[in-house]
Design a protein. Structure first.
Length: 609
């Protein structure tokens, strides 16, 4: 294995020793209990099985059959989750065939960031992750299950389900995906229309036509944002049945993989003779987390995971930080170019080799741990094979991937990568710590130095753009967008105007304590600035016109201001009106406690510690 991979894993293990040890001790204590239905009182059991068919009651109580719980994020608002409507029936039928029983333990909320993007509802998005984690805990707290199936795909849903499940670390768990929608208009064509709309060259009708051609059916959105990054990371962590991430919802193979997930959950439940239990808290160890980080970097995945996976790791008693990501990024090559880091969508990525190709290349290059537990066994190697359904029963078999990429403009070998590094950089300086993703940024834009223009809202920045006030070299600063200020919404509305300015030849960069999810694409963006402005971070000391350096080459985020002047400055405040606007309307009042208690972005924006 690569020496850096070993060093990062070892320092995470050492840093986490006490926390991880305590976590594993709790798992061992919980795993040693009697089975749920034998442990509970008669009234408890009666309540638990009251609505089940008599045949299932007999299996559970008399025959002591394995019992699976399902936690689902189904709703019709998310195209990715709409296919889950039929999954409980599919899962029950397969479980019954295998001699087991199933109950939907609970549903968790799942909001679509695409619907709420740029609107007040987006300010609940980040906090929905921990709400989902709590919902998962409520579902699993019925405590009668031998294993659980977790149904979720999108941005905050998978991290939330995973955080919740890891707090039940004694329970074997399998994640069940549903797949991406078919390809529509290309992501690059969609981006062009957005830029034309930002310039006033096309109207709302043309923009809506373009967006509707991109987002047009059931399944996950086809760009490589947080939702599809989630699926890549779950493959790398061994929490899916191998190769199931990017199979279309209506493909026959998808139904076969869902059935296989049921069989897998039973096999690792500890209720099958000769098959030991494989609790999720043991599967997700330091090596598993490092594998997820490597997969993220190798595919140019969502920067949101620099927040989410810190929280996921902490849920398993593991402490990681942005320095770990940065160290790995320096040695993990970029093997995939999927929009917004290229022109391909996830269907093209899958056709070219997909997650299996990337995992194989990283394993062979010594940049992932192979000897890890997974839901498929005691090695990550099964995740380098391609599944297919065969025969009338739709049995899943797996075949080796071709040695070469199916399309080297989309995915490449570790020996001939798009870039020798993962393209993720840690920035540090007198403005705080931030991250920047440069995998899609032109090389001549990796270092930007220009006077700044400061805004407190996306709308104010857009107004200045429309008024022609930003037609120059400029570092756009959008502050008071962190977790404490307003829940740290994604700031996607900034991308088209910034791209327009850069396209005109201006040197442009973004600095914000908010999120971008990597959707900044070709525009350099220092994001997740920590500490955030509202928490007393130095970003609040900036003034309009200060020269700011954003340099991915040297890892610098610096206000080029005289040190005495800088030290004497009073931090700007959000202002009562803006604070009040962030705190009220569309349910934001209910999340006031989360805003008060949330940790910084680098600490995972956790609200439960």
């Amino acid at each position: 294995m690569h020496s850096t991979l070993i060093q990062v894993t070892d320092r995470i293990r050492e840093r986490s020793a006490k926390l991880r040890g305590d976590y594993l001790a709790r798992i061992a204590k919980m795993s040693g209990r009697q089975r749920g239905f034998e442990r509970m009182g008669c009234a408890n059991v009666a309540h638990a099985v009251a609505a089940l068919p008599s045949s299932d009651k007999l299996r559970i109580v008399a025959e002591k059959a394995p019992h699976l719980g399902v936690v689902t994020a189904y709703n019709d608002m998310l195209s990715a989750h709409q296919p889950y409507e039929s999954y409980p029936g599919q899962i029950r039928a397969e479980a019954q065939r295998l001699g087991a029983t199933v109950q939907v333990a609970g549903g968790v909320p799942a909001m679509c960031d695409g619907v709420t993007q740029g609107l007040p509802g987006m300010e609940l998005s980040l906090f929905s992750r921990d709400t989902i984690a709590m919902g998962t805990a409520i579902a699993l707290t019925h405590d009668v299950f031998d294993a659980a199936l977790l149904l979720g795909i999108c941005d905050k849903i998978v991290p939330g389900l995973l955080i919740g499940a890891l707090h039940f670390g004694h329970l074997p768990c399998v994640f069940v995906p549903a797949g991406p929608m078919s390809s529509g208009i290309s992501n690059s064509d969609k981006a062009k229309v957005r830029e034309l709309y930002a310039q006033g060259k096309v109207g709302r009708d043309e923009l809506l036509k373009s967006e509707s051609a991109a987002y047009h059916g059931a399944g996950t959105c086809t760009f490589y944002g947080t939702a599809n990054s989630n699926q890549m990371l779950l493959e790398a962590m061994g929490l899916h049945t191998p190769g199931s991430a990017f199979v279309h919802p209506h493909d026959d193979l998808r139904a076969a993989l869902t059935r296989e997930a049921v069989a897998t959950a039973l096999r690792i439940s500890g209720r099958v003779e000769g098959q030991p239990a494989r609790p999720i808290g043991q599967v997700v160890d330091e090596r598993c987390i490092v594998n997820a980080m490597a997969a993220l970097l190798a595919t140019g995945g969502s920067t949101n995971h620099l927040i989410h996976w810190v929280a996921v790791a902490r849920s398993a008693g593991i402490l990681i930080d942005w320095s770990d990501f940065s160290a790995l990024s320096a040695v993990v090559p970029l093997l995939a170019r999927v929009y917004p880091n290229g022109s391909a969508d996830v269907n093209q990525f899958q056709a070219a080799g997909g997650p299996g190709f990337v995992i194989r290349e990283l394993l062979d290059a010594g940049l992932m741990h192979e000897d890890v537990l997974s839901v498929a066994g005691s090695s990550l190697r099964p995740y380098t094979f391609v599944p297919r359904a065969v025969g009338a029963s739709g049995e899943v078999v797996r075949e080796p991937l071709p040695a070469a990429s199916g399309d080297d403009s989309v995915v490449r070998s570790a020996g001939a990568p798009f870039s020798p590094t993962g393209g993720l950089k840690l920035l540090d300086g007198n403005l705080g710590r931030a991250v920047i993703k440069v995998s899609a940024v032109p090389e001549d834009r990796h270092s930007i130095e220009a006077p700044c223009r400061i805004f407190v809202t996306q709308e104010a920045m857009l107004a200045a753009f429309n008024a022609g006030e930003l037609e120059r070299d400029v570092v756009v600063v959008v502050r008071f967008q962190g977790p404490q200020a307003n829940g740290m919404p994604e700031l996607h509305k900034l991308t088209p105007p910034l791209a327009v300015l850069q396209g005109k030849g201006f040197k442009v960069a973004l600095v914000t304590d908010g999120r971008m999810s990597g959707a900044s694409g070709k525009v350099p963006a220092a994001i997740h600035v920590s500490p955030e402005a509202l928490a007393g971070g130095p970003l609040a000391r900036l003034r309009d016109g200060d020269v700011v350096r954003v340099c991915a080459l040297t890892g610098t985020l610096q206000a080029l201001v005289d040190e005495v002047d800088w030290a004497s400055r009073t931090a700007a405040t959000l202002g009562a009106d803006a604070a009040d606007a962030n705190a009220h309307g569309l349910g934001r009042e209910l999340f006031a406690g989360m805003r008060r208690n949330v940790l910084s972005a680098e600490e995972g924006a956790c609200t439960w510690l």
